[in-house]
Ligand binder design. Structure first.
Ligand SMILES: Nc1nc2c(ncn2[C@@H]2O[C@H](COP(=O)(O)OP(=O)(O)OP(=O)(O)O)[C@@H](O)[C@H]2O)c(=O)[nH]1
Ligand SMILES: [Mg+2]
Length: 318
């Protein structure tokens, strides 16, 4: 059974996707109109569909690939009615995302061990906010969580993390502004070991320096973490702002080259009509999206679930 039938035949577990994706849904509504007014499946229809997908920021390479797949499927299945296309579109989106493998969205978490997650990404994408949200989730699961103010560069960055510490009721390790980030992490991790913490979330500065500096700083932080806590960091999470679309993906590329990223956190999906970026990321980077940000509140961070996501996008649609 295709995903389409499976998804639309049941009630969703979590309606936050549908709510958070309202802007992307408006964009896709034009898809419905296009299919409804088309009499036949022809090049004009394919062109119109292609435009909608580009608008949704699926990314040009991904759109080209997607359209090829769609055309092939229409031919193979000998589909004539444009209305039958919706089902195939949903199924193909799902296939692109999965790439024939199971995507593990769980964060790597070792029980009975100190876990360290490092957050990297361009400034303003939502690293600090995401750390605050995630801290709350782990705290609610009964874990002992520490936040580390590794952004010692931007004025106000430390205080911002301290605020998130208050909201999530977690301890924040800080040193004074201008300290070497690696030394902050070093001291924080030693304290975390001594006081038997379960999870340490490290904030980092998001300024885009020269690539060489960035690489040097990130690899230094990583070396420190690896040395103090063997097996860590369990996750190096690249945070990407969905509203910046393809441009944001290009900026994030630098971080991907500078350090070994294990997963993506896609923020501000609530603020964009370009929800297709999910497929672009999957198609271009071989990295799973682990969490998505659907708002500014502490509860607005959810584990990424491609089925829920596609359901959220197309819910009012069929
Ligand atoms: N709507 C919405 N806003 C978000 C989301 N995540 C973060 N934000 C907002 O994005 C802005 C920047 O977030 P920060 O967490 O400060 O970003 P940062 O990556 O730490 O930025 P720097 O410290 O400057 O590198 C804040 O106003 C957040 O409230 C989200 O999922 N949805
Ligand atoms: Mg920050």
């Amino acid at each position: 059974m295709g995903l389409f039938k499976k998804l639309f035949g049941r009630k969703p577990k979590d309606d936050r996707y549908a709510l958070g994706l309202h802007k992307s849904k408006e964009n896709l509504a034009s898809l419905k109109a296009i299919l409804a007014k088309s009499q036949t499946i022809d090049d004009d229809l394919f062109d119109a569909l292609e435009d909608v997908f580009i608008q949704a920021d699926i990314g040009i390479d991904t759109v080209i690939y997607f359209m090829e797949q769609l055309r092939k499927e229409v031919k193979d299945q000998d589909i004539k009615d444009p209305n039958d296309l919706s089902e195939i579109i949903v199924d193909k989106m799902f296939e692109i995302y999965l790439k024939d493998e199971l995507v593990d969205t769980e964060l790597h978490y070792d029980e009975d061990k100190l876990n360290v997650y490092l957050f990297v990404g361009v400034n303003g994408v939502g690293k600090t906010t995401t750390i605050g949200k995630l801290a709350k989730q782990y705290k609610d699961m009964g874990k002992k969580v520490m936040l580390v103010a590794g952004d010692t560069f931007r004025a106000g960055a430390i205080n911002q993390l301290v605020e998130w510490g208050k909201r999530s009721e977690t301890f924040v390790f800080t040193k004074k502004e201008g300290s070497d980030p690696s030394s902050v992490i070093f001291d924080a991790l030693n304290l975390a070991i001594k006081e038997k913490y379960d999870l340490v979330l490290c904030d980092t500065a998001g300024r885009l320096q020269t690539k060489v500096n960035l690489m040097a700083e990130l690899s230094k932080m990583k070396r420190v973490i690896e040395k103090v806590v063997p097996g860590a960091p369990q996750e190096t999470l690249l945070v990407i702002d969905a509203t910046t679309g393809q441009n944001g993906m290009r900026q994030a590329e630098v971080f991907k080259e500078a350090t070994e990223v294990t997963g993506i956190i896609l923020t501000k999906l609530d603020g964009t009509a370009k929800g297709g970026i999910v497929l672009a990321i999957r198609h271009l980077y071989d990295l799973p999206i682990k969490y998505v940000g659907l708002g500014e509140k502490i509860t607005d961070l959810v584990m990424f679930d491609i089925e829920q996501y596609i359901y959220g996008l197309f819910k009012d649609f069929f």
